[in-house]
Design a protein around this ligand. Structure first.
Ligand code: HAM
Length: 439
């Protein structure tokens, strides 16, 4: 067992090559669907001033009050590793004058985020999210499109069938204020039946009492006043219109009056994708409208809507559904050699093979040809190229079919062509971004 200091800290993990196949695949799907819908990619810094998250997500939210990685820099400024993506994107929208661009501005991201959560299945301290933000327009048709995009990606990843959209509206800040007062009044005298968290939330964040998972709290929440009785007319109409659009594009949903989300910036539409069996526990993604946030952060009043999904949770569910993703990491050829002169001939050959799109392993070790062939087997290559002293002298190389165990001797200058033939043009890895450069 390695020394504890040389293990990953609690709650974080390496993304090993096998999982990178999933990461790459998800990233490609997200990029493809984002481009189709006119989104452009943005990356905001890993850390921002702490105040940004406090103002955006809310002081009393679980994220800000318990889960942030906050530290001081050498000048005593308080900085925080980003626990979510929306705050940074909105900060960037304002800071970079994106209100001057055609509205709405459509941005997407694929980034690591950090929350000091209690580590458990699907809950990590560093996790990846991709997300979409549509800033600069208020229309339920946009909310519907964001939901449709999220659902499309779930479909592309093969997990749409195991999740169901949960939908609610939490109204304008004014109607919510009235409702929160009604909730606080309702809970007077019931404090002893509430869990410690709910008791703490009651004064500042009573909405969160509605989605507490504790049994007693759930019973009280069930009997609590209903949000819709306090909802303003505009939010109700907005919501009704959204339902019409969702029906039209064939997206099934559960209306969930207890869905409030854990971030303070939401207005009107909120939604999450829940596992049909496990419910809220490991939501795959969530989002909603946040019409007040740009103004809260110092910009002009600008409506917005967005969504983010958890990459680790998506991968876990893809694996649960036994979904395999393509891997392009498999090698075609292993080059084995004996002696310094052979090794000298191998280096240009390896470069030539790779240039031709043949994925080539050149371990060039000192072991015998047999040991190198065993290694070639372990690397699961289709072919090995063997060059010994005789081959150097005769200007040839041996190509060995690793599966069949047969081999042929080929003129050195014909090795690449012969291998291209054997592997097949269609299987070559010829993608070379350098060729796409233009000036
Ligand atoms: P969120 O619901 O806090 O929303 O996070 C979105 C998703 O990130 C979750 O549904 C989950 O899949 C994943 N996630 C969150 N915390 C963890 C964790 N500790 N470990 C693993 N996965 C996690 C937001 O972050 C909002 N910014 C979404 C949004 C975008 N709203 C509007 N625009």
């Amino acid at each position: 067992m390695a020394h504890e200091a040389f293990q990953t800290p609690k709650g974080v993990h390496d993304i090993l090559p096998h999982d990178h196949d999933y990461h790459t695949f998800i990233k490609k799907v997200v990029r493809h669907r984002a481009r189709q819908a006119g989104f452009r990619r943005i990356s905001t810094p890993i850390f921002e001033y702490t105040e940004l998250f406090k103002r955006s997500i809310g002081d009393t939210s679980d994220i800000v009050s318990k889960e942030m990685y906050t530290f001081e820099d050498k000048k005593g400024r308080s900085l925080t590793l980003k626990p979510e993506g929306t705050a940074g994107v909105v900060r960037s929208y304002i800071q970079n004058g994106m209100n001057q661009l055609a509205q709405p501005v459509l941005l997407y991201y694929f980034e690591p985020h950090f929350r000091y959560d209690r580590p458990q299945k699907g809950r990590y301290r560093q996790f990846w999210q991709f997300g979409f933000e549509v800033i600069g327009e208020s229309d339920p048709a946009l909310d519907a499109q964001v939901i449709q995009l999220a659902n499309k990606i779930n479909e592309d990843l093969g997990v749409a069938g195991i999740f169901k959209l949960q939908l609610n509206t939490i109204g304008t800040p004014e109607s919510r204020k009235k409702y929160m007062q009604a909730l606080q009044d309702y809970y007077v005298g019931k404090e002893r039946s509430l869990c410690e968290d709910c008791n703490n939330r009651l004064a500042h964040n009573p909405l969160r009492l509605l989605d507490c998972k504790q049994e007693d709290c759930k019973i009280l929440a069930h009997l609590a006043p209903a949000m819709k009785d306090y909802m303003d007319k505009e939010s109700m109409e907005y919501h009704e219109e959204l339902l019409v659009y969702l029906k039209e594009i064939g997206i099934e949903y559960d209306e969930n009056p207890k869905l409030v989300r854990g971030l303070d910036y939401y207005t009107k539409t909120v939604f999450e994708f829940w596992d049909k069996e496990e419910g809220a526990q490991n939501a795959i993604g969530g989002g909603g409208r946040y019409d007040g946030l740009v103004e809260i952060l110092g910009g002009q009043a600008t409506p917005a809507v967005g969504y983010a999904a958890g990459v680790e949770r998506l991968i876990a569910n893809m694996k649960r559904e036994k979904i395999k993703v393509p891997s392009k990491d498999d090698l075609h050829v292993f080059v084995a050699q004996l002696g310094v002169e052979a090794k000298i001939k191998c280096l240009p050959l390896i470069a030539e093979l790779r240039e031709a799109g043949i994925k080539t392993m050149g371990a060039l070790g000192k072991g015998s040809i047999n040991i190198q062939l065993k290694l070639a087997d372990k690397f699961k290559v289709a072919y090995a190229v063997l060059i010994g002293i005789t081959e150097v002298r005769e200007g040839t190389a041996i190509i060995r079919d690793m599966q069949k165990g047969v081999q042929e001797t080929v003129k050195m200058e014909k090795v690449t062509d012969r291998l291209v033939n054997l592997i097949g043009e269609e299987n070559l890895d010829k993608y070379s971004p350098g060729e796409l450069l233009y000036s």
